[in-house]
Design a protein around this ligand. Sequence first.
Ligand SMILES: Nc1ncnc2c1ncn2[C@@H]1O[C@H](COP(=O)(O)OP(=O)(O)O)[C@@H](O)[C@H]1O
Ligand SMILES: [Mg+2]
Length: 441
Amino acid sequence: MDRRHPVASHRKPHAWAAALAFSALTGAVVAFVLMFPWAATRPALLIALAFILLSILSLIAAWRQDRDMARQLTARDAMLHAAFLSTPALTLSRDGLIQRMNGAAVALFGLPREAALGRAFSDLTAEFDMDAVLRSDAQAGHLENRRGYWTGRRADGSTFPLSLRFGLIPSTPGAGGSGEEHVAVALTDLTHSHAAEAQARELHAQLNKVWRLNSLGEMAATLAHELNQPLSAATAYIHASQAEMLKAGPAADAGRPPLDLAKGQLLRAGKLIHRMRELLTIETSVLGRERVSSMIEDLAPILQMIGQDKKVEVRLDAEAEADGVRADRIQFQQALVNLVRNAVEAAAERPGGGAVHVTGRVEGPVYRISVEDNGVGIAEADVDHIFQPLTTTKSGGMGLGLSVTRTIVERHGGALSAQRSPSLGGAAFAFALRRHEEASR
Ligand SMILES: Nc1ncnc2c1ncn2[C@@H]1O[C@H](COP(=O)(O)OP(=O)(O)O)[C@@H](O)[C@H]1O
Ligand SMILES: [Mg+2]
């Protein structure tokens, strides 16, 4: 194939050649008639006239063809110019030094043209290898798409993904110095397409989570159903053995209270499963009159146990005055257990000894509950996603605690926030519930 400039190969020289030939013939005929007047017969004059006419016509045709071509070239030029302006492009010498750079490329790298010219292109684009380009089958005049991505470096040190296309510039005979432009490079900034890809990936991950959460909801429902059976059976057996003990007389009295406790725990387990299922299926629950200090006191042994397991000191300090709220006791306790468990897990990493403070305070119309620890705390960037379900940084974590807790708090009309603890330096999770004076009676 002809690899010359495409417009050059379209040029048709016929019109001008014909015009030239006719003009020459006309000249010859006219000269002949002038030199030999005796030959200027009527037919000869007619032939001369015909040639003059043909010359004029062919000249007009040639001129019109040129004008059309000029128009086409101007349009093409404008198109190339527009493309060239918007596409970052530059030329390189044989040793990879930048020789020329258009405005778009200058803007892309964010450095002055003077600073870029003569500089190695590999300075601006990590992993760029000029030898590989020269070895490649890049063809003169044609930009070849090269597979792979490069990393562009802006003047301010930031980087961006980049794809490159190369074309060899045909060398003119006699030239060949090191400053000669040898390769043309067109650059494409991939920042936006990469961002779109990342967004799509994120969306996919979200969908995956939703799907898992849905399955989890179904699992919880099945679990609640399946566990109900053995739990009620165990309660019935305990009941039966207590009846037997009653028959055995006072000797068996000491054994009854622990069995009562066991029954209470079985009931609690049943309720917990039920609530969990409610939460995941997003049903509404009825809020009753409760006192925050009493709900926390009830929970004290469990919270202390969670702390002891990890050798973390858990301090409870809830103001008992005017602490009436509307709450679902079990859900509230579940939320608090989740927060304290997270706090203990974070504080346990602390070499000097972990500490967790659970505080309850009256603040005007609300009662504020906070759980603070002296662990590593939460990075600013993570604050938004730790509340999303199935987000965990723990090897054995489920990543459900905070999302369930937030749902519970919101159902109680509060908002769960995460901050840095001013007193302990780790994380501080807090929420406030509207106080109801009559509830504390
Ligand atoms: N008190 C805390 N201190 C530091 N990070 C925390 C704290 N509480 C929660 N996190 C972070 O939030 C993530 C999600 O917590 P959670 O929803 O309870 O799930 P899990 O405890 O199963 O990981 C944790 O993995 C942890 O990275
Ligand atoms: Mg947790």
